[in-house]
Write a protein that binds this ligand. Structure first.
Ligand code: ADP
Ligand code: ZN
Ligand code: MG
Length: 479
């Protein structure tokens, strides 16, 4: 590789407040167009914005979760531009005095890496344009202003990422955090969590950053990776063939897997930023910051580290099990009841997640309660059923919502561990196979497996293998 890839991400997260950033309109997703609007978010002359306190608190929580300094004073600014989804003709954002700065987030690709976070600022969202979505509308575009004024935070990273994998890992880690904090739904398809990727290349060893292209319109982790990879190839080909990368905004076309130029990138001074005259500077006291710090939940990384330490499970398991708060909670309930961290992890990560995935169900709506999995694990441990049978039992538990004991009983699946009962069955197997018995006695010890198999057959697989082994040894070898 002659080139080094440089990536910085700008991530927008919609805050889960009930009302908008500067007015009392609802932020609910998916309502009839233009039913959640008022004079303030429509930008009528003479109205005044009033800042949503909850939004500020959510933004501060995020800042703290990614180790930012929260500024005691920040300033809202007008970012001026015209677009049909922006009736005011400007967006209220923050510019040179943002809410928070100088943070970082550790990701764990290639043994771990720290990604710098330049700043987190607050701003309002714009509306949405709908272009001829119904057949009778092909010649029309529509404006839905329900989203206008919904609170966003923008999280700007340093250009610290060096591959699409790192960018994806960073984005996933950020998403996990906003969801854990319950400040954003993290839903990329609905656009509640979105990302612009800035991508450039430079010769390996070069100090100066190359010219970047900004990629937009990627509404899944997969697309983010694909778009960045396409863009890297495009820039390398361009430079190799004597061309120059232009500073521009490019749109990712998921159906074709390519990025295409949308517009040449505007410079910050084009927006004519100036302090928002209708809002006072935002003053945040240390007491509020400390109060919010105290309210932070255990974050994904901390939880993962604790799982590894406290339960002694592999990092991979800990990563999967902490991918959502609910799943982690579920797992911990199983462990509490079984005191078997690794076995519990195998069940939750393996069988449970497999079935949930198959019918795209969330762990919140899981028909099997943690206590039920725990009893199942205990039944295997106590030799009541075999591990193989347990999987069958589990599927039935998942389908019917019944407990393991009930399933085993109704299906007649209990494992036979009773020595008297098995002893009789084994006697029949031995007396029914006199030739193999003679061969065994003459030294063909491999035939031991034959007798185990026959006993299993006779019990339809329900015999406890350990007990069969013990009894067969006694009967065949006189041990
Ligand atoms: P702009 O003013 O064009 O938006 P910024 O300096 O604000 O640029 O940076 C925006 C994002 O782009 C940040 O995440 C930053 O890390 C990233 N970035 C800046 N320069 C480069 C570059 N040369 N290559 C890749 N990413 C970059
Ligand atoms: Zn409003
Ligand atoms: Mg910028």
């Amino acid at each position: 590789m002659k080139y080094e890839v440089v990536i910085g991400l700008e991530v927008h997260a919609q805050l889960l407040t009930e009302s908008k950033l500067f007015c009392g309109c609802s932020t609910k997703f998916g309502s009839e167009p233009n039913t959640q609007v008022c004079q303030v978010c429509l930008g009528m002359p003479g109205v005044l914005p009033v800042l949503n306190k909850k939004a500020v608190e959510f933004a501060i929580k995020m800042a703290l979760a990614v180790n930012c300094r929260v500024n005691n004073k920040s300033v809202f600014a007008r970012k001026n531009y015209f677009y049909p989804d922006l009736p005011k003709g400007y967006q209220i954002s923050q510019y040179n005095e943002p809410l928070a700065e100088l943070g970082y987030l550790d990701i764990d690709t290639n043994g771990g890496k720290r990604i710098g976070i330049t700043r987190i600022h607050m701003e309002e969202d714009a509306g949405k344009l709908l272009h001829g979505e119904r057949p009778e509308d092909v010649n029309y575009s529509f404006v839905d202003l329900n989203r206008t004024g919904v609170p966003l935070i923008e999280i700007v990273s340093e250009p610290d990422m060096r591959s699409s994998d790192e960018a994806q890992a960073y984005l996933k880690a950020l998403r996990d955090i906003v969801v854990y904090l319950e400040i954003c739904s993290g839903n990329m398809e609905e656009g509640s969590f979105r990302c612009d990727a800035n991508v450039s290349i430079r010769p390996v060893g070069a100090e100066k950053l190359g010219t970047k292209a900004e990629l937009k319109n990627m509404n899944s982790f997969k697309y983010v990776k694909e778009a960045i990879e396409y863009e890297i190839e495009r820039q390398i080909d361009l430079v190799e063939s004597g061309g120059k990368v232009l500073q521009e905004t490019r749109l990712f076309d998921a159906s074709k897997g390519v990025t295409a130029s949308m517009r040449s990138k505007e410079e910050a001074h084009d927006y004519r930023y100036f302090p928002e005259p209708d809002l006072l500077p935002l003053l945040v006291e240390d007491a509020l910051v400390e109060k919010l710090r105290g309210e932070l939940p255990e974050l994904p990384q901390q939880k993962r580290d604790r799982f590894i330490k406290e339960y002694g499970i592999p990092p991979y398991d800990a990563g999967v099990l902490t991918s959502s708060k609910e799943l982690a909670h579920y797992y911990e309930a199983v462990v509490r009841a079984t005191n078997e961290p690794k076995v519990s992890s195998n069940w939750v990560m393996g069988e449970l997640l497999r079935l949930l995935k198959e019918d795209s169900r969330d762990v919140k709506d899981c028909p099997v309660k943690p206590d039920s999995i725990a009893s199942l694990i205990q039944m295997v441990k106590g030799g009541e059923i075999s591990g193989k049978m347990a999987k069958e039992v589990f599927e039935e538990m998942y389908k019917t919502g019944k407990g393991p004991k009930e399933v085993v009983q109704s299906k007649g699946m209990a494992q036979i561990s009773n020595e008297d009962e098995l002893s009789k069955i084994i006697d029949n197997v031995i007396s029914g196979n006199p030739e193999n018995l003679a061969r065994y006695k003459a030294g063909r010890v491999q035939l031991f497996g034959f007798f185990v198999g026959e006993t299993m057959k006779a019990t339809k697989g329900q015999a406890n293998p350990q007990v069969i082994n013990k009894l067969l040894k006694e009967k065949l070898d006189g041990k």
